[in-house]
Design a protein around this ligand. Structure first.
Ligand code: AP5
Ligand code: MG
Ligand code: ZN
Length: 238
């Protein structure tokens, strides 16, 4: 597959080869799964336990929209209707983000890659840094369940922590972690959810086959602690 995007090699090479925190293991993970499958919820827990940053493209794009940046203006046109933001924006965004200092010991990618072209671009970034993914964790949840999850989701404006009015309520009206304001995402409307699920089936689900050599599918049903126990036992065996 031809990738029309030109990678920013130098920084990637730097981050891949030197300047690591000695003694710590490097772990590069991808979280795959339908909208509402729990990528954000589990990504937060993985980041805390394994001390690697959670890079959520959705959160980064929503922050860009709030800050009204050039990227935010462009991204809003697609996100508001549940469509994917064009690959070239995501590849540039992530090539820059993945070389920041906090990624020295790896990262967990939440919501990226989301198309075969993005996966191919990510492969080039990793190859240039002589690195590889340790695992692609696919959180498997039936569509009927994700619709219930998205319908009651609340998210923190400040730290992006994820809550659910019934399944994972905050203690009060504000974020338990940082006191930030909780809001309902614009794309958590019924019509937009339907479109996001369709886009997921068409554009993102094929990545399970693309990554079949490193794919680890986890049953995403049950409460989030049970799902996390499955994920961490899998990570511990890597
Ligand atoms: P993004 O923000 O990534 O949204 P998404 O993939 O639709 O996934 P969600 O964040 O909705 O769900 P999640 O899997 O994180 O679940 P969560 O943990 O929150 O992307 C948004 C948009 O940005 C895209 O539509 C696109 O436009 C754009 N975009 C982003 N990345 C892009 C890319 N790479 N390329 C192009 N465009 C891109 O959980 C959901 C709810 O369920 C919460 O309320 C939670 O509390 C609850 N919950 C979680 N686990 C459980 C459980 N086990 N039991 C009960 N409830 C649970
Ligand atoms: Mg999310
Ligand atoms: Zn918060």
């Amino acid at each position: 597959m031809t990738v029309f995007w030109a990678p920013r090699w130098e920084g990637v090479l730097r981050a891949g080869r030197d300047d690591r925190i000695s003694g710590d293991e490097i772990m590069k993970l991808v979280l795959l799964g339908a909208p509402g499958s729990g990528k954000g919820t589990q990504g937060e827990k993985i980041a805390a336990k394994y001390k690697i940053p959670q890079l959520s493209t959705g959160d980064i794009l929503r922050a860009a929209i709030r800050q009204d940046t050039k990227l935010g203006k462009e991204a809003a046109k697609f996100m508001n209707r549940g469509a994917l933001v064009p690959d070239r924006f995501l590849l540039d965004l992530m090539a820059d983000r993945m070389v920041e200092a906090d990624c020295k010991n790896g990262y967990i990618l939440d919501g990226f890659p989301r198309t075969v072209a993005q996966a191919s671009g990510l492969g080039e970034i990793l190859k240039s840094a002589d690195a590889k993914l340790d695992a692609v964790i696919n959180i498997d949840v039936p569509e009927s369940e994700v619709v219930k999850r998205l319908g009651g989701r609340r998210q923190c404006l400040k730290c992006s922590a994820v809550y659910h009015v019934d399944f994972a309520p905050s203690k009060g009206a504000f974020c338990d972690k940082c006191g930030g304001e909780l809001y309902r995402r614009d794309d958590d409307k019924e019509e937009t959810i339907k479109n996001r699920l369709r886009v997921y089936r068409e554009e993102t689900a094929p990545l399970a086959d693309y990554y079949k050599d490193v794919l680890k599918t986890v049953d995403g049903r049950g409460d989030s602690a049970a799902v996390f126990a499955r994920i961490s036992s899998l990570i511990d065996k890597l």
